[in-house]
Structure formats: C-alpha cells, structure tokens
Write a protein that binds this ligand. Structure first.
Ligand code: PXL
Length: 291
C-alpha cells in the first residue's frame, strides 16, 4: 500500500519564538496532513522582526553533512520549499539540493525573502539579489512580495503603485527568469487603496489571475511563511493554483483579523494555534478573477 502522506523538505531557519519560518511552516503544513522534513539553515532564539536582540547559530557548515545522510536514507520529496537564506553559500547549497533531490513531479517553491515595504531587510545587501535570482531560475513557483519582485527585476526602488499592464509585464518577466508560476503578494491596487492584492501568472496556460484582499493595517512577522505553506499544502492536496491562493489568502486574513482585536505586540506573530483547525476544512471559494 502506498504511503499517502506527502513530504516537504523545508529549508528555513528555526526561530524559537515569534511564529516565523519553521515554527509557522511545520504546524501549518502538518495541520493540512503534510509531513514537514526541516533542513534548518540557522537557529535563532527568536526572529528578527521587531525583537532588538537574538542569539544566532549559523548551521551552514552542518547542512551538507545533514543532506548527505538524507541521501543515504534515500528519502524523496513531493516538494522542496526554501525561504529566508542567510548567505551566498546557503544559496549554493540549496541549488545543489534541488539538483540532487528533484524528481519530475517534485514541486520546487522558492520564497525569495529579501525585503518588504520597499526596503531590503537589514541582514541583506544588494550583492545578495543576483544570487537569489539564480536560485529563482530553478523554481517551479516563486512567491516574492511586491518589494522583492521589484528587486528581482533589477529595480532598487519599489513603486508605490503599478498599472495592470505593467504588473502583467512584471509577472511575465519574472517567469522568463525560469519559474513556471510567479505569485506576487502585497501588490497595491491601482484603483482602490483599500486593497493589496495577490497576482499570479502561469506560463503553461498563459493565464494571469488576481485575488483581491482588503488591506488590514497590521504587520505580523511570519505571515508570508504561513501564506506560502497553505498554498503548498493545498496544491499538494490536488487543488488548482487560484483556489490554493484563495485558501492561503483567506486563512491569513482570518489569522490577522482574529489576532488584531487582542492587545499584544505584533512581533509575537498571529495567534496561529487558534486558527489551525480551520485548515482542515475546505473554505468556500471567495474571490478570484482574471487579471
Ligand atoms: O520569514 C520571516 C522570517 C524568517 N526568519 C527570520 C526572520 C523573519 C522575519 O522577521 O527574522 C530569522
């Protein structure tokens, strides 16, 4: 009898507090019935989004040895998913990992974490962007936010708004870098400032989709990791791309709305544990349309 539980190799840091990276990804995918096999890039006491201090243990030197044992065991993965990477060397290791572990049906998802709100994160400089561009070329799906999309395209500044035609051009140009599917999150809506949208382009069927999301004025670290995890979980369950993105967006909106009403520091992350049971159900499809 076939093992029906799908496996994801999750290449991210482990931040012990704050519900980002692996501490968001593992519970989210597990709740969706997917096995997560973490390949940790670093161990931090807590994520860096809003906490002034943190301990940091770089695991780059351990990664190759770790991967060697995975090869010896002979594991294969239904999905390889990488996010926050700390150095050019880690990018090289992930690149070789993809070459070694990818099978024809493996889904390779790269979240090119580099910045947000028009700025690079503090731990990155501009030399990192071309390295990330090389990794992105190997992905089936990339999930940059609006800022990261601009940086991948070679802009050093991110526009405040973008027309529909320009956005389609961005999606197409990003897909020409290699990925079959491009998903851009946190895109300002040119016609309605109350919305930040998710847009996507799929090369194979040459289709552009747009999902409208009402802007919520609160930023919680780690929501990008949860968003991409829900998308992956749903795709591995056999749903199509727009439905998977719709589910991811609904889930994140629900997490933010159910957290926002409580008075606690945003850096602690959304109250994920309260919402995880909802991932067990298939929500009603709410909103997606052709871009
Ligand atoms: O994806 C969010 C994230 C991941 N890893 C680290 C972080 C953050 C967000 O702040 O600090 C270390």
């Amino acid at each position: 009898m076939h093992n029906t539980v799908k496996k994801v190799a999750a290449i991210h840091d482990l931040s012990g507090y704050g519900r980002a990276s692996l501490t968001a990804i593992i519970p989210t995918l597990s709740a969706m019935g997917i096995q997560v096999c973490p390949l940790p890039t670093a161990i931090l006491s807590n994520h860096t989004g809003g906490f002034e201090t943190f301990s940091y243990l770089d695991l780059t030197d351990n990664m190759e040895e770790y991967i060697k044992h995975w090869k010896n065991i002979g594991i294969d993965f239904d999905c390889i998913y990488s996010g926050f990477l700390g150095s050019g060397r880690q990018i090289d290791i992930v690149s070789v990992f993809i070459d070694d572990f990818r099978r024809e049906e493996t889904l390779v998802v790269i979240d090119p974490v580099m910045g947000d709100g028009g700025k690079l994160y503090k731990s990155f400089d501009w030399n990192f962007v071309p390295l990330m561009k090389e990794l992105v070329a190997k992905a089936d799906i990339i999930t940059p936010n609006f800022t990261e999309a601009a940086f991948l395209l070679g802009y050093k500044e991110c526009p405040k708004e973008i027309s529909r035609e320009e956005l389609k051009d961005w999606l197409k140009r990003l897909s020409e870098m290699g990925p079959e599917t491009v998903v851009i999150t946190s895109v300002p809506d040119a016609n309605n400032s109350e919305y930040t949208n998710v847009v996507t382009y799929s090369k194979k069927d040459n289709h552009y989709w747009k999902l409208n999301c009402r802007y919520i004025p609160a930023y919680y670290p780690g929501t990008g990791d949860t968003f991409t995890s829900v998308m992956i979980g749903s795709l591995l369950q056999g749903e199509n791309l727009p439905v998977s993105l719709d589910k991811a967006m609904q889930f994140i909106s629900q997490c933010i709305k159910s957290s926002y009403g409580y008075d606690y520091p945003n850096r602690n992350g959304v109250l994920l544990e309260r919402e995880l049971p909802f991932l067990r159900t298939r929500p009603l499809i709410s909103d997606y349309e052709t871009l």
